[in-house]
Design a protein around this ligand. Structure first.
Ligand SMILES: *Cc1c(COP(=O)(O)O)cnc(C)c1O
Length: 360
């Protein structure tokens, strides 16, 4: 049976990207040697690195005064690497979920952290509003998409101080006004590739702004410039995930770029939220105005809780994979990232409708 992959991360990739990765492992770029066996100093690989950076710049419209880095360690490493690089003494954080809370914890190693608002009181089911961003801080940190709770900050906000965003789970899902941000970072494995590569987009005037002495690898500057061959090649880059990211972004570009990607994502999300709102057996958990286009969280409607296990079994029998909600939310979570085809969303909706009929 055809499987429909709704995993939250690592998650579904475009088939084209998977196929060309398989081929490249056998024979990279017509060299007769596999991608995993070549030197990262070969011209063929240097071209992939340069093209990958160019795809990022073209798709997101990243201005020239920003560097684009591909590093290891995951978004979790950026939770401390970011403050190490740009926090002099104080930073502000918006706490919209467990990932944001983890980022707060690591920032505290480098100075004072002010949590300007938190939605922990309601298990992070909404994005706090009406808070004031302090002006006596080095930066303000947000998490644009809260993967576990299915909430999302849908617009690029204005901030009186440097705005920093963890965009792990919604990068490349919509156009972004990059110049509103000082730093954008995230793990690739939610929306732009497999696990193993982390992207950091940093405005160059922020480099060295913490004034702190840093270990070579922690310092963003190390990964820019001549020693890094201008493109994250100071040391061996994670070649495989970067290659798959390259193929994934080519796929996004061929679809028409981020405007087109956003339209498709909106259509998928509207379809699924529409069914959740219509179907008397289910309810969504996130505040409607903050609903994520990437992670759709829902539970059984009040009084129908006893049907949860039965729906899970039914959905599995119909080929649905990865729809179990995170343990801190319960119920179901369908992650419908860029590469999740609309046919999978239609299949899940059909499943919910058939389940409703069974219980009429
Ligand atoms: C998954 C996730 C992370 C953690 O990413 P790693 O690359 O596994 O460290 C951080 N932030 C958000 C929003 C995430 O979804």
């Amino acid at each position: 049976m055809k499987k429909h992959n709704f995993n939250a991360g690592p998650c579904v990739l475009p088939r084209e990207a998977v196929e060309s990765a398989i081929e490249a492992i056998r024979d990279f770029d017509g060299t007769g040697i596999g991608l995993l066996e070549i030197s990262h100093r070969t011209p063929g690989w240097e071209r992939v690195m340069a093209e990958t950076e160019q795809l990022w710049r073209d798709l997101l419209g990243i201005p020239d005064n920003y560097a684009v880095l591909f590093l290891g360690g995951g978004a979790s490493t950026q939770f401390f690497e970011l403050p190490a690089n740009i926090m002099k003494s104080k930073a502000a954080y918006l706490q919209t979920g467990v990932w944001a809370k983890k980022a707060v914890k690591e920032a505290k190693f480098y100075g004072d952290v002010e949590v300007v608002a938190s939605s922990e009181d309601k298990n992070y089911t909404y994005i706090p509003k009406g808070y004031k961003i302090p002006t006596d801080v080095d930066y303000f940190h947000i998490t644009t998409n809260n993967t576990i709770y299915g909430t999302e900050i849908h617009t690029d906000m204005d901030s009186p101080v440097t705005l920093v965003a963890d965009m792990s789970s919604d990068i490349m899902s919509r156009p972004v006004d990059v110049k509103k941000y000082g730093v954008i970072y995230g793990g690739a494995q939610k929306n732009v590739g497999p696990a193993g590569v982390t992207f950091v987009i940093v405005r160059k005037d922020l480099l060295g702004s913490s004034g702190r002495k840093l270990q070579t690898m922690v310092d963003y500057s190390t990964h820019i410039g001549a020693e890094a061959r201008d493109n994250s090649m100071f040391n061996t880059p994670p070649v495989f995930p970067i290659f798959v990211m390259h193929e994934t972004l080519k796929w996004v570009k061929n679809l028409g770029g981020l405007e087109a990607m956003y339209k498709i994502n909106k259509k998928k999300a509207d379809l699924l939220y529409g069914e959740i709102d219509r179907n008397p057996l289910f309810v969504g958990t996130a505040a409607k105005e903050d609903r994520s286009l990437m992670n759709v969280c829902f539970v059984m409607a009040p009084g129908k809780e006893a049907l949860e296990a039965e729906f899970m079994d039914f959905a599995k029998s119909q080929g649905m994979v990865g729809i179990k909600g995170h343990r801190s939310v319960g119920g179901f979570r369908a992650s419908i990232y860029n590469a999740c085809p609309i046919e999978s969303v239609e299949a899940l909706v059909k499943c919910m409708q058939e389940f409703e009929q069974k219980h009429k």
